[in-house]
Design a protein around this ligand. Sequence first.
Ligand SMILES: [Zn+2]
Length: 474
Amino acid sequence: VSSILIRDGWIVTPKGEGVQVIQEGAVAIEGSKIVAVGRSEDMGSKGSYEITIDASKKAILPGFIDAHIHTSLSLVRGLAQDVAESEWMHRTVGPFTRHYDRDTALVGSKLCVLEAIKSGTTCFCDYGAFMSHLGREVFAKSGVRADICTTINEMGTGPRRAGELYEFDADIGEEKIKSNLELIQTLHGTADGRITCHFGPQAADMMSKELLLRVKELAQEYNVPIHMHIAQGGRERAQMTKRYGMSTVQFLRKIDYLSQNLIAVHCHDSTEEEIQTLVQNGVRMVGCPGSIGLIDGVVPPLQDFISAGGTAALGSDQCPPDGHNMFSQMKYAAILNKVKHQDPTVLPSWKVFRLATIEAAKCHGLGDKVGSLEVGKKADVILLNLDSPHLTPRLGRPIRNIVPNIVHLATGSEVSTVIVDGHIIMDDSQVRTMDEKRVVSDAQDTAEELARRAEADVIEADSGLVRMMREGRL
Ligand SMILES: [Zn+2]
């Protein structure tokens, strides 16, 4: 059992309904757990710990939880934006992801996880294909925490026309549900409990009602949550209206799908009343303000969901502006919601900080394990260098500015140390568990190879980006 004492830093952690700050604070870790949190002077002698970390001029925070992320898709960044929402999935992303294989997904996932660790993400709620492979080869080996699922749908990967109802293929559904089930049976609770698994039905418009209901039954049987994209916008709405004559939320309510076991991602194409319905049924929400702002041009209804009494969290989703960085997501959540509601009191910094930590943990059913620095919780801790121009001054009175400054000013590059489950996985801003140079060069090579394979399909899909290329604008 290794023991670590982090001392003399600014502890910033969710506590009760708010955030607690302890100046000259210390966190003691033994094995995988936090055993003490308090003022350094009350923590006993340095000598009784194997490792002592001096955190003066640093902040000590719980690691961030990215509540919705597609790690393998990092290889398509910059290749799918600035187009209409109706084009995005099938005409920009689809022609590339259709050519993904296990190795492409692996290399993309490593790149994303490396990038996110460096900005303080310790828990990845990943959603995608080849997830067993990623679980073993990326999440277990890099030392991070992960709560993961396999994308289940009943659609092939072929091209589709706007306005046409998706044809479902039961064999594809069968294969994907089997793959998600195998993920749960083989990886749930592994890597010293760092990896947990759940079900990932992609969306209500992408699979039959029968398959959705089977997922629900299995989730009850295995006692794991369901993580699903809900009310994603016009493309989904067109499918739902054509097939069922109602919106996604109305449909899910009708088939009794709304429950405390459901983690609903996005939710932006829903009415105020539908948001109320989700909250009243105990559904938890993940908003991805950077990604959704960029690809849909809308603001996820985080403020509406929270003010209705719901539990909500932040995710980076796929290829967000600023990369997979929860500092950016906190900023986007704060500013976009203030602007949307034309009200600067919306989503104050302490509340936004909670959305990336304790609320995200609760959202994924990990609230008793991680999300705050408390005795008995897993030691997922990050240190943030505060000794830089943009994070100066640091004041304790009459107004304490550390939480606003972390949320509105820190960029993620200040993260110096990352500890997960009591293990130091990043030190001096260098990730110890991954070969950083190799991950980056593999990603470049693999993406070039993917681009070659996908080129004909991308050109044929003729998205707005292809037209911009043709016209010499991009
Ligand atoms: Zn997503």
